[in-house]
Write a protein that binds this ligand. Structure first.
Ligand SMILES: *Cc1c(COP(=O)(O)O)cnc(C)c1O
Length: 377
């Protein structure tokens, strides 16, 4: 992208439209998929710049950016299915994904089977001749369940279905699903990729022929990322490996410290050697991220008090940012999902999801332990 003389930082191309010098050039630009010189809903230079970095990070041929993570998966799924098709997904996903699969897709004659993601055989058993997509998310929100990406991608491929992996929790620093056979990878770039709680964005990365089909739908759904947010996302990516290294250290330290505390009934973190899928996680991850879910022995009230007692961490939705954010899923998700859509353990009243930021590890552990110590015994 051209820069002003001497400018180290790239420009923000805050333009909704781009002039062509001739009718022929105008037409060529209008027809160019994922171009960046026609109209910003069709693509902007800031989109192209950040998408090329994201494609490299995921080892993908190409990538596209969207206005949010949900815009990304909704557009991708709508682009890749038709009436009569079937989708296989996990029982545990980020809450918006089951809403898409169970509330929206049936209106278009597309049906979904959800399976226990820790059981590869369950994916195999759910496949039908009309299965087009297999949606995976590992580690999953909020319980950090692990999917065997290599095994599930292979069985989807054998059945002629595309595997779409939500890599939000792992980030490409910790895991690259395309290397394990997934066809497409997507993120809520609102989380670790942006990393500073100051933007909403999504990304889809994969082969150009599949992204061409998604682009044709994306210009209809129109969930376009603003040029400033694309630029901010690129700024976030410059420190992604540094931040993820600290998130990984803080996540692991919190998992160990909380597990040793008497107020804690269970800790869910794939980096703990006794996590049920630690072996699979270790084979497909280079680090385990900043999100740790903890079940407090004292249930709902203990979870609430624990969050109130924290000084460094804030009670806020979202994750993957430089500051530590904590949520109590029992209070948050009952507003979003129908009761029958709630996974049992994910709604355990004492469950707290801690998204460790990049603060000093000792400060963070001290804060959490002090708040646990203050709970009634
Ligand atoms: C937040 C999140 C999403 C949704 O992304 P938005 O940017 O909020 O639309 C999808 N998947 C996971 C794992 C998430 O944490």
């Amino acid at each position: 992208m051209p820069r002003a003389a001497g400018a180290v930082s790239p420009p923000i191309v805050q333009s909704s439209t781009f002039a062509a010098d001739s009718a022929q050039e105008f037409t060529e630009r209008a027809l160019e998929r994922r171009g960046s010189g026609f109209y910003t809903r069709y693509g902007n230079p800031n989109h192209a710049q950040v998408a090329s970095v994201l494609a490299d990070l995921e080892g993908a041929e190409t990538a596209m950016v969207f206005a949010s993570g949900m815009a990304t998966i909704t557009t991708a799924v709508l682009a890749l299915v038709r009436s009569g098709d079937h989708v296989v997904a996990q029982q545990r996903h980020y809450g918006g994904v089951p809403s898409l699969l169970l509330n929206l897709l049936p209106k278009f004659g597309v049906h979904c089977t959800q399976v226990d993601q820790t059981d590869t055989e369950a994916f195999a058993a759910a496949m039908r001749p009309e299965t087009r997509l297999v949606l995976v998310e590992s580690p999953s929100n909020p319980l950090l369940d692990i999917t065997d990406l290599r095994a599930v991608s292979a069985l989807a491929r054998d059945a002629g279905a595309l595997t779409i992996a939500d890599n939000t929790f792992a980030t490409p620093v910790n895991s690259r699903p395309l290397a394990f056979g997934a066809d497409l990878v997507w993120h809520s770039a609102t989380k670790y990729l942006g990393g500073h709680s100051d933007l909403s964005a999504g990304v889809l990365a994969g082969p150009a022929d599949v992204l061409d089909r998604v682009w044709d739908t994306a210009i209809i759904t129109g969930a376009v990322l603003g040029p400033v947010d694309a630029w901010l996302l690129l700024r976030g990516l410059r420190t992604l490996p540094l931040r993820v290294r600290q998130h990984n250290s803080n996540g692991l330290a919190l998992a160990h410290a909380m597990r040793a505390h008497p107020a804690v009934a269970a800790v869910h973190y794939p980096g703990l050697p006794d996590h049920p899928a630690h072996g699979v996680a270790a084979a497909q991850m280079d680090g385990y991220g900043g999100v740790v879910s903890v079940e407090l022995a004292g249930g709902y009230d203990a979870a609430d008090r624990f969050i109130d007692g924290l000084r460094l961490a804030r009670r806020a939705a979202s994750l993957g940012s430089v500051e530590t954010l904590v949520v109590h899923p029992a209070t948050m998700w009952q507003a979003i999902l129908r009761p029958d859509q709630l996974g049992d353990a994910a709604m355990s009243p004492g469950l707290v999801r801690v998204s460790a930021g990049i603060e000093d590890t000792d400060d963070l552990v001290d804060d959490v332990i002090r708040s646990l110590d203050a709970l009634p015994g």
